[in-house]
Design a protein around this ligand. Structure first.
Ligand SMILES: Cc1cc2nc3c(=O)[nH]c(=O)nc-3n(C[C@H](O)[C@H](O)[C@H](O)COP(=O)(O)O)c2cc1C
Length: 333
């Protein structure tokens, strides 16, 4: 059995489950494992230090899978922006067929991607950005609710409202993101009007994710309250794991501090060390509230099979049974 949706049809994957871009995490082994399990994995372009390294990572992924996978291109405001044009050219030249854009307006990238036959899945955190992206001609929307790891935007609307609100306006395939980790979430997303789910934190905590085992174990041990929202006052909110460093950043900014005052605490190089060395207090690392639903470290194949299999059971068993029970009760009155 399988769950077919507009998303699986348009993006050519078996299951309506995506693994969104993740800085330092979205590498060949994870992306290929997701692809081999029938999901849609994205290599994170900017995790690769140079465009040439991205070409190498794409080649490495192809050695590990012959199933479709994509590349995430995150475009955020930055003082020293990476050479986005060169990363984009590598994506096109490598023959990638699916790109996840995030962080800003996908408009400037669409002509080049569409000319190359690339489908664009745009990830955003608000209705207005989803509607705008649809009008610009993207091929799919990934909508991130307030629960999500990373940048939830500034509107603070959780998925329970954001997903059905967006589903009303979005006609192209739309997947729900933020807080998804199991079959119940997938069924809920479908019920709310989405065509599938995108997961970050849940895929971080799998066998094939290349981060240190200590971080995976920390995710399993943490509950749904284990995150902090940093950079609120700077209007660049990020949801990260709660630790000594993120709590200090929150305090400094609450007290009127500016980016300069926390710059060293939030340095990317410190966060990267968390994933490499397994010291979960070494810096800032991204994770979402869904940690409260993560209790194990499965392979991607086990995870995706479990989510799809249990989702089918919920739909055909528990939910169908409720409808049937209602009818039976009515018939007996
Ligand atoms: C460690 C980590 C790094 C992330 N880095 C990026 C990124 O570079 N670009 C991006 O578009 N999203 C990034 N995200 C967000 C995910 O793609 C996804 O939207 C989010 O994790 C969904 O929420 P969830 O963690 O509750 O599943 C990151 C998430 C995590 C957990």
């Amino acid at each position: 059995m399988a769950i077919s949706t507009k998303f699986t049809e348009v993006f050519g994957v078996e299951h309506p489950i995506a693994q969104g871009g993740m800085q330092w995490v979205g590498r060949a082994e994870l992306v290929a494992a997701v692809a081999n399990a029938g999901g849609l994995g994205f290599i994170t372009a900017l995790t690769q230090p140079t465009p040439a390294d991205l070409a190498g990572e794409i080649a490495k992924t192809r050695d590990l899978t012959d199933k479709p996978f994509g590349v995430n291109l995150t475009i955020l405001p930055s003082i020293n922006p990476p050479p986005y044009d060169e990363y984009r050219k590598v994506i096109v030249d490598a023959g990638i067929k699916i790109v996840e854009t995030a962080g800003s307006n996908p408009g400037p990238h669409l002509p080049m991607f569409h000319d190359a036959g690339i489908k664009v899945l745009h990830k955003c955190t608000s209705m207005r950005h989803a509607v705008k992206a649809q009008s610009l001609g993207v091929d799919g929307i990934s909508i991130d609710g307030f629960e999500c790891a990373g940048h939830p935007g500034e509107d603070d609307v959780p998925g329970l409202v954001l997903i059905p609100a967006a589903a009303k306006e979005i006609e192209i395939p739309m997947i729900a993101s933020g807080g998804f980790g199991d079959a119940r979430g997938l069924v809920a997303a479908l019920a709310l009007g989405a065509d599938g789910i995108n997961m970050g934190t849940r895929f971080m905590c799998t066998v094939e994710s290349c981060i240190h085992q200590n971080v995976k174990e920390a995710i399993v041990a943490t509950d749904e309250r284990g995150t902090e929202l940093i950079f609120r006052s700077l209007r660049n909110t990020a949801r990260v794991a709660s630790n000594a460093v993120s709590r200090e950043v929150v305090e400094i900014l609450k007290g009127g501090g500016q980016f300069e005052d926390v710059k060293d605490l939030v340095a990317g190089v410190r966060g990267r060390k968390v994933f490499e060395n397994g010291d979960v207090d070494a810096g800032i690392w991204t994770a979402g509230t869904v940690m409260g639903l993560i209790h194990d470290i499965p392979t991607c194949d086990e995870l995706i099979s479990r989510i799809v299999g249990e989702a089918e059971d919920i739909i055909t068993g528990r939910l169908a049974g409720m409808v049937g029970a209602g009818e039976a009760e009515l018939a007996s009155v």
